[in-house]
Design a protein around this ligand. Structure first.
Ligand code: NAD
Length: 441
C-alpha cells in the first residue's frame, strides 16, 4: 500500500515537471496560429463578431428612446437619421410612441464615410414664397424629393418654376388651415404671411394660419413620424427690453395690438410645437428668424430692404418711418437656409435665433442702398406705425455653439445680388402686384 502511494507520488511529481516552466524553450508566433486553425477557433471568433454586429444593427435602434432626462427638452438625444420608414410602421404599431419614433429616427444611423446618404422626402409649406423657394433649391440640389404646399397668398409659381419637370419636385395648391395627408420624412413649416402689409391684410386668417395651420402640420408629423421644423420669428420678442435678444428672453409683446395676429400667432405656434414634442414625442425644431433679404422677396411688401431697393431703383425717395434711428439686423437668405437645414439635421430642438448680428439703423441702411444703387437717392420721412420695435439684434451664440452656424454674407455683398433680381423684375416683362404701404420691418 505504502509502496503504491509513493509510486503514485513519483508519477505526479514527474507529471508536474511536464507542465512546469520550460526553461530554454523558444516561443514562436506560428504555434498559436496553428492552434487556432487546427481547433477551428477562427470560425467561433467570426461567428461571435457577426452576432454582435447583428445585435447592434437590429436591436439597438428599437431599444433607444428620446432622452427624457433633459429637463428643458432642448435635445432629443438621438444621432443622425434616415427616412422612408413607412415599411416599419406596421411592425411597430403596438410599440409605445417613443419606440416607434426612435426606430424611425435611427433607421439610417450616422452615415459612415464613403456611403451615400439616403435621399429624403420633404414637405415645405410656404415653399413658393421667398425663403421657402431658396430652401427648396438647396434640398433639390442635395438630392432630396420635395413637395411644396402653398396657397399662393404671397408665394409665386415663378419662384419654383425652374423645378417643373423634375420628378423629384411636386407642387400642391393647398391651404394649411385644412388638414392634409402626405408621407414624408421631414416637414419644414413656413406657410404664413411674413410682412406686416400681408399679415395685417386679413389678421384673422393670419392667426388661423399660425394656429390651425401649425396644428395640422404637427398632427401630420405625429401621424407619420416625420421631423418638424417651425419657422418662428424675432417678432416673438416684441419690442424687446433686453438687447441683443437671447433665446432665453421671453419677450415684450402686446397681445391685443395690430401686429398680435403675427407675434402672438407665432408664439402660440411655438407653444404647440413644444407640446407636441413633450406630449407626443414629435421631433420638433424651432427657428426664430430675424430680418432676411435676398432675391425673390416680394417687391413692395413693406419690408424695409425691399422697399428701399425698389424705391431707389424707381428713382423714388426712400421712405423712413419715424426718426430712422430704429435698428434692425439683415441676414442674406442663403445664410438663413443653411441655418434651417443645420437645425433640421441636428439634434437640438431650439429655439435658435437665426439672424445676422450686424446692426444697422434705418438711416444707415438707406446709406448702403444709396451706395449700391444710386448715390443721388433721397429720403422721405413719415410717421411711424404703432408697435414698431425700436431695436432688434440677435444673440446667435447658441446657434454658433450647437449648430456650428453663423452668417457669412455681409450686407454690402448680399444687397447687389438682390438688386440684380429686383432690377429684372421691376424693369423686365414681369409685372408685380401694386404698391403697398411700408413699415420698418
Ligand atoms: N423673411 C423674413 O425676414 C422672416 C423673418 C421672420 C420669420 N419669417 C418666417 O419665415 C416664413 C417664410 O417667410 P417669407 O419671408 O418667405 O414669406 P413669404 O410671404 O414670401 O412666404 C410665405 C409663403 O407661405 C404661403 N402661405 C401663406 N399662408 C398660407 C396658407 N394658409 N397655406 C399655405 N400657404 C400659405 C405664401 O403663399 C408664401 O408662399 C414665414 O413663416 C415667416 O413668418 C420670415
Amino acid at each position: 500500500m505504502s509502496s503504491s502511494l509513493s509510486h503514485r507520488r513519483v508519477e505526479v511529481a514527474m507529471g508536474d515537471e511536464k507542465y512546469g516552466p520550460k526553461v530554454g524553450r523558444q516561443w514562436s508566433v506560428s504555434k498559436p496560429v496553428e492552434y487556432v486553425l487546427r481547433e477551428q477557433r477562427l470560425v467561433f471568433v467570426l461567428v461571435g463578431m457577426a452576432m454582435t454586429s447583428l445585435f447592434f444593427v437590429f436591436l439597438q435602434p428599437v431599444s433607444r428612446g428620446p432622452d427624457r432626462s433633459v429637463p428643458d427638452s432642448t435635445s432629443v438625444g438621438v444621432g443622425g437619421y434616415g427616412g422612408g420608414a413607412f415599411g416599419t410602421e406596421k411592425a411597430l404599431e403596438k410599440a409605445p410612441y417613443w419606440q416607434q419614433q426612435s426606430a424611425i429616427v435611427n433607421l439610417g444611423g450616422k452615415i459612415p464615410l464613403g456611403l451615400q446618404r439616403k435621399a429624403l422626402r420633404i414637405v415645405v409649406t410656404g415653399g413658393a414664397g421667398f425663403v421657402g423657394s431658396h430652401l427648396v433649391d438647396r434640398l433639390i440640389e442635395r438630392g432630396d424629393s420635395v413637395i411644396v404646399v402653398d396657397n399662393f397668398f404671397t408665394g409665386r409659381k415663378e419662384n419654383v418654376m425652374h423645378h417643373f419637370g423634375n420628378p423629384r419636385f411636386e407642387l400642391i395648391r393647398h391651404d394649411v388651415v385644412e388638414p392634409l395627408l402626405l408621407e414624408v420624412d421631414q416637414i419644414y413649416h413656413l406657410a404664413c404671411p411674413a410682412s406686416p402689409v400681408h399679415y395685417k391684410f386679413n389678421p384673422i386668417k393670419t392667426i388661423k394660419t399660425n394656429v390651425v395651420g401649425t396644428l395640422n402640420m404637427l398632427g401630420l408629423a405625429k401621424r407619420i413620424g416625420a421631423r418638424f421644423l417651425l419657422t418662428s420669428t424675432s417678432e416673438v420678442y416684441g419690442d424687446p427690453l433686453e438687447h441683443p435678444q437671447k433665446e432665453t428672453y421671453w419677450g415684450n409683446v402686446n397681445p391685443i395690438g395690430v401686429r398680435s395676429c403675427y407675434d402672438e400667432g407665432k408664439r402660440t405656434a411655438e407653444t404647440l410645437a413644444m407640446d407636441y414634442h413633450r406630449g407626443a414625442g414629435v421631433q420638433v425644431r424651432i427657428a426664430r428668424i430675424f430680418n432676411t433679404y435676398g432675391p425673390r422677396m416680394c417687391i413692395d411688401d413693406g419690408r424695409v430692404v425691399s422697399n428701399f431697393v425698389a424705391q431707389a431703383l424707381r428713382k423714388e425717395p426712400m421712405t423712413v418711418y419715424g426718426d430712422g434711428k430704429q435698428t434692425r439686423s439683415f441676414q442674406y437668405v442663403s445664410d438663413l437656409v443653411e441655418g434651417l437645414m443645420r437645425l433640421m439635421e441636428g439634434e437640438h430642438v431650439g429655439p435658435f435665433n437665426l439672424g445676422n448680428p450686424g446692426e444697422f439703423t434705418m438711416l444707415e441702411l438707406a446709406e448702403v442702398v444709396k451706395q449700391v444703387i444710386d448715390p443721388s437717392a433721397t429720403i422721405e420721412y413719415k410717421e411711424n406705425t404703432s408697435d414698431d420695435p425700436h431695436k432688434r439684434k440677435p444673440d446667435i451664440s447658441k446657434a454658433k455653439e450647437l449648430l456650428g452656424w453663423e452668417p457669412k454674407v455681409a450686407l454690402r455683398k448680399g444687397l447687389p445680388l438682390m438688386v440684380e433680381d429686383f432690377r429684372k423684375r421691376i424693369f423686365g416683362d414681369h409685372k408685380e402686384k401694386g404698391t403697398v404701404n411700408s413699415v420698418n420691418m
